[in-house]
Design a binder for this molecule. Structure first.
Ligand code: NAD
Length: 453
């Protein structure tokens, strides 16, 4: 591990990655490697958790190709020095900020979208001119193995290398000195990564999880609300970091909401009979999720197939904040519904939980939307939709508090792997005498009148 890092550091110090055409050539190489091996990518992810080609394309590869396309198009603009205004005290001068790559970066991925959660940060890191070591999740073992072989066969390991492994390998990696660590995963492991980074004062971006709430208010467009929510919740069998975790629905519409949700699950063909319905990733998660379903409040679903690791779309109602399903991020196809009489109380209850990665508001009232937006703190989200905000690269993506530190996507990704040097650039044809000895009350008076303090 140490040798790999040092090899990358030597390469970084050669300044080769400062050349924008070199960076573009590496983005092209990544695109070609992925495009030429798309079939292998689909096969590997299907082996890991039966994810279909369609879902892999729309949920992963399309996003990666879009990231590469955008990076290639905007790299010259993003890399330019950014002019800022100069204060009066420094007149005459120009001031600007120059982005520079950080150096050797470590990217640690999660298993639920193994390609995009690995390659999207890598694309941002390479675009910004860094070298990268990628450690994919060992839980999605087939995709991890494939990424290692494709990348390590096609890239110079001084620039980009995949290191496979679980806790012990990651622990060893984290002992090395990196210039940036980008981690996607759980809040618990995020804390371990943060502590390891602190030893070297390494900056981090932590993309973590949490319980993302949904507010369904009485003035929402109910059929559209249910349609969009059901899709977002059960896509990838709920194994999405920004999936709606639980729903706060106005009591006056809860019966209609529940009835429509049942119909919509069937309409959208989310069921164990659908061969494209995604599996739970492993037995440990299957067991964890099974324990969250209690027959007493299973309103819909609750069908478990341990052998195939499938859990049917499940709605729990009624649910209280004391139930076990409300004590942790669900990360599976279980949807607890909590009804409220008073929006004020609902907001108060949501705010008792750690700050979530996402929040969704289904309402047609501007007043209600603004109230929730201003009172609830969360990473990002959507109004009258769920999950789709992640596809807009103009919206930096990240959490707050327990759900993460920092953000990426689009230019925010470039910024997260860059340092911006702040430069004051002065001409030499003039120099005012005010700051130099001898000091005098006259000088001070002139200074005060210029600066107007
Ligand atoms: P995880 O934290 O268990 O694992 C993530 C990575 O950390 C893996 O590569 C794993 O090998 C490594 N790891 C695990 N234990 C470690 C340890 N003790 N020391 C060092 N490294 C260790 O998370 P996961 O199960 O892969 O993913 C699920 C979690 O990730 C959920 O909480 C989900 O919300 C979150 N997530 C967040 C985002 C996001 O963009 N914010 C995206 C996907 C998943």
């Amino acid at each position: 591990m140490h040798q790999t890092v040092e090899k990358q550091r030597l390469f970084f110090e050669s300044n080769s990655t400062k050349d924008l055409t070199f960076r573009i050539s590496q983005l092209d190489l990544l695109q070609n490697v992925l495009k030429e091996n798309e079939t292998l990518l689909y096969e590997a992810i299907y082996k890991d958790f039966k994810k279909s080609e369609f879902e892999t394309y729309i949920g992963e590869l399309a996003l990666i190709y879009e990231d590469i396309k955008e990076a290639k198009k905007k790299i010259y603009r993003w890399s330019k020095r950014k002019r800022v205004s100069t204060n009066l005290l420094n007149f005459p001068a120009t001031s600007y900020r120059i982005p520079e790559p950080l150096g050797v970066c470590l990217v640690i991925g999660a298993w639920n979208y193994p390609f995009s959660l690995s390659f999207s940060p890598v694309i941002a890191a390479l675009t910004a001119g860094n070298t990268v070591i990628l450690k994919p999740s060992e839980i999605s073992s087939e995709t991890s193995k494939l990424m290692a072989s494709l990348i390590n066969e096609n890239f110079d390991s001084s620039l980009f290398k995949v290191v496979e492994g679980g806790v012990s390998e990651t622990t060893e990696l984290l002992q090395q000195k990196f210039d940036k660590i980008f981690f996607t995963g759980s809040t618990a492991v995020g804390k371990i990564v943060y502590q390891a980074a602190a030893k070297h004062l390494t900056p981090v971006t932590l993309e973590l999880g949490g319980k993302s709430p949904v507010f369904v208010t009485k003035d929402c467009h109910l059929t559209m609300t249910v349609k969009r929510l059901i899709w977002a919740k059960f896509f990838n069998a709920g194994q999405t970091c920004i999936a709606p975790d639980y729903i706060m629905v106005d009591h006056s519409i809860k019966d209609d909401f529940l009835a429509l949700a049942k119909i919509e699950i069937e309409k959208q063909q989310y069921s164990t009979a659908n061969k494209n319905y995604v599996e739970i990733i492993n037995d440990k998660n299957f067991q964890r999720l099974s324990n969250l379903i209690s027959p007493q409040n299973t309103f819909y679903g609750g069908v478990l197939d341990a052998e195939k690791r499938i859990i049917s779309p499940t709605i729990l109602y009624p649910v209280s904040f004391k139930d076990s399903v409300m004590q942790e991020e669900i990360f599976g196809p279980i949807l607890p519904i909590i009804s409220y009489d008073n929006l004020e109380d609902a907001i108060h209850q949501v705010k008792q939980l750690p700050k979530p990665l996402a929040c969704y508001i289904y309402s047609s009232s501007r007043k209600v939307k603004n109230k929730i937006l201003s009172e609830v703190s969360f990473g990002g989200g959507a109004i009258n939709d769920s999950v789709m905000h992640i596809t807009n690269s103009n919206l930096p993506f990240g959490g707050i508090g327990s759900s993460g530190i920092g953000s990426y996507h689009g230019e925010a990704g470039f910024q997260c792997f860059s340092h911006y040097k702040s430069i004051l650039d002065k001409p030499t044809w003039i120099e005012f005498p005010f700051k130099y000895f001898p000091l005098s009350s006259k000088k001070l008076k002139v200074l005060k009148s210029i600066l107007k303090w």
